[in-house]
Design a binder for this molecule. Structure first.
Ligand code: TNX
Length: 635
């Protein structure tokens, strides 16, 4: 007896050490959370009850995920009984709409109610976030499994919550794409925009045009900075062996997989610009019909003059005056429409260079015949023809915002991206009565680097987590009812592998997910968000996801004041102190502590070294700005 009570005391005093601290830190933040006293402790052999067969697959997914690290051998049973109950509402609860859910945890069990399969899935994602981080592990974790008692009610603000992945600039395998879809589904994204074609590769099998993939999916291998002048163009006779594509069977598999995660795929076939890969396969689709056209290998072929103006030095647009081009598109979209069950097809329409159209006799004749005065309107003509093709396949069109300029009908949904032109584009969209999906460069371009320029892989612009979180899907120029939702885009010119795609996506996608899901105004509390971000980082890592830690690197800003260089330091993370040196010593907590902007004497200045500390420990990277870089800030 004595022995046992001793043991009991021992166990009771040890358990709290292993006990999951009862924190409720959910991303995206739910509509309402009411914490309750106590916790539910999982025991071996618990039952997961599911109310009907439509959610059996989702229940199985959760059971499998749960059993892997817990070894608690949970099992399923049909009906509304068990320690965990998944219940599809009948009748429906209108407040929850199609994607919402209610989750209640009390000391005797867990109940998730929703109107749909997707709602149940989201409830289970939230439950997963309440479990200890070990739930993300693939190996057995010797801990007590519990979740805090709580009542959560939750539903999304917007119906379109997307992430885009560009698989043309660099290729990502079918398995990687599925992994990406799985990763975004954890944060309640419900659209995956798949950028399938571009100048650097055509990635989807089209049975009527086999050369699109036998030729168009492959480019010559190259290293070095994508798009830079020192990256050589494909040489005569050089083997094109970098790339890949998805067979139609693989596409179906990914579509099916996404569906199981509540995600609809928006396929994009980017036309009439960004078509070099298709033109390499079928040169007759372009005005110049240049049979020397090769799939672009990331070598420079365009000049950019700022503010979005540009010139293409190789013809990469389809010929809008050739009926054969429309016949081609009809067949392509026929196959696309059959592969993707969703109602939308994205037809691109961005950055179409018209220089070759202007010189082309066929285009000139067509413009005369149609009484088109401006070349932009020729794109409008093209886009409207494409819209009719898409419509004939029973689908609806999405296009990048340029498609409005040529006068494409407002049957098309616009993906707004040119953030720097919001003042012109958004009123145009409002006047034209278009529906919008918001994806402005300044808050949603995840190809931009996210931390300090001396550390991050170089890209032409920057977008920190804080910028991503400041995303406003309904800027003052437009009304909420025009906005279907929003999306962030991962263009992959500078993203060569999947781990890096994850790094560029997380944590910034958490910001996007929260802005699109959580009630308006949630994103005004940065400190609350960052606390949850820090909570989620180790969880994501436990799940094998590569997460950027760039938030820990100080924000370094330079100012020119009366011919002098001044530096301002900040941090995205509350509670940090920043130290710096200008004498080649490594910054520690006895170095200069940053409090206010300081002046850098450029004469004879060595490196500026900066580091953040929290709780007496360095966090993030040591930043080093050398004198050349400092001097360049004076230009
Ligand atoms: C603009 S966004 C593009 C892409 C590039 C991206 C790089 C859009 C519709 N076009 O082709 O990859 O910028 O940031």
């Amino acid at each position: 007896m004595k022995f046992y009570s001793g043991l009991t005391i021992f166990i009771l005093s040890v358990i709290p050490v292993f006990c999951w601290s009862q924190e409720i830190q959910i991303i995206p933040k739910p509509v309402s959370i009411e914490p309750q006293n106590g916790q539910f402790i999982f025991k071996k052999g618990i039952k997961i009850g599911y109310s009907n067969d439509s959610i059996r697959e989702i229940a199985t997914w959760f059971m499998t995920k749960f059993n892997r690290p817990t070894s608690l051998e949970a099992n399923l049973q049909k009906g509304n009984s068990g320690e965990i109950i998944l219940d599809v509402n009948s009748p429906k609860n209108p407040e929850l709409a199609n994607e919402g859910y209610e989750l209640e945890v009390n000391t005797s069990g867990i109940l998730i109610k929703a109107n749909s399969k997707t709602g149940i899935f989201y409830g289970l994602q939230t439950l997963t976030q309440l479990l200890p981080p070990g739930i993300e592990s693939n190996s057995n974790q010797q801990i007590e499994w519990s979740v805090p008692c709580v009542k959560i009610k939750d539903f999304p603000r917007f119906s379109y919550r997307g992430m885009m992945l560009d698989v043309s600039r660099h290729f990502f395998t079918k398995e990687e794409v599925k992994k990406y879809i799985e990763e975004i589904s954890r944060y309640k994204f419900n659209r995956f925009h798949w950028h399938l074609t571009d100048d650097n590769g055509w990635r989807i099998e089209i049975k009527s045009f086999p050369r699109l993939t036998s030729v168009g999916a492959w480019r010559v291998p190259r290293t070095g900075t994508f798009g830079s002048a020192d990256r050589k163009a494909p040489q005569k006779g050089e083997k094109a062996n970098y790339g890949g594509f998805y067979t139609q069977q693989e596409i179906r598999e990914v579509v099916e997989f996404a569906k199981g995660k509540g995600i609809e795929i928006i396929p994009e076939i980017d036309i009439p610009g960004h078509c070099m890969a298709a033109i390499a396969a079928y040169p007759e689709l372009s005005c110049t019909k240049d049979t020397n056209t090769r799939v672009n290998a990331g070598n420079k072929f365009s000049d950019w003059f700022g503010n979005g103006t540009f010139k293409m030095n190789v013809d990469n647009s389809l010929n809008p005056s050739d009926e054969k081009v429309y016949q081609f598109l009809d067949k392509v979209f026929e196959e696309i429409a059959l592969l993707f069950p969703g109602k939308y097809i994205h037809v691109g329409g961005d950055e179409c260079y018209k220089g070759f159209w202007e010189k082309d006799q066929g285009c000139k004749d067509l413009m005369e015949k149609l009484k088109i005065r401006h070349i932009e309107d020729l794109q409008g003509y093209f886009m409207n023809r494409v819209k009719d093709i898409i419509k004939s396949k029973g689908k609806k069109v999405i296009g990048w915002d340029e498609v409005m300029e040529g006068g494409m009908s407002n049957a098309a949904t616009i993906m707004f991206w040119r953030g720097w032109q919001a003042k012109d584009i958004l009123p145009m969209a409002k006047k034209g009565g278009y529906k919008l999906i918001m994806t402005p460069t300044n808050t949603n371009y995840f190809d931009y680097y996210q931390g300090d320029q001396t550390i991050e892989p170089p890209v032409y612009a920057s977008l920190r987590l804080k910028n991503a979180y400041s995303f406003n899907p309904v800027p003052p120029e437009i009304d909420e009812k025009m906005v279907l939702g929003g999306q962030s885009n991962l263009w992959t010119e500078k993203v060569e592998n999947f781990r890096h795609a994850e790094y560029m996506t997380f944590p910034r996608a958490w910001a996007t997910s929260e802005v699109l899901w959580s009630p308006k105004g949630t994103n005004s509390d940065w400190n609350d968000f960052i606390k949850r971000v820090e909570f989620h980082m180790p969880r994501a890592e436990m799940a094998g996801i590569k997460v950027a830690k760039s938030i820990y690197d100080p924000i370094v800003e330079f100012k020119k004041i009366k011919g002098e260089l001044w530096v301002e330091l900040n941090s995205e993370v509350p509670g940090t102190e920043i130290y710096y040196t200008l004498d080649e010593s490594m910054p520690d907590q006895k170095s200069n502590k940053y409090s206010t902007a300081f002046f850098i004497p450029l004469e004879g200045t060595p490196n500026l070294r900066i580091r953040a500390f929290r709780n007496q420990k360095p966090i993030g990277n040591l930043l080093t700005y050398n004198v050349e870089l400092l001097k360049s800030k004076m230009k």
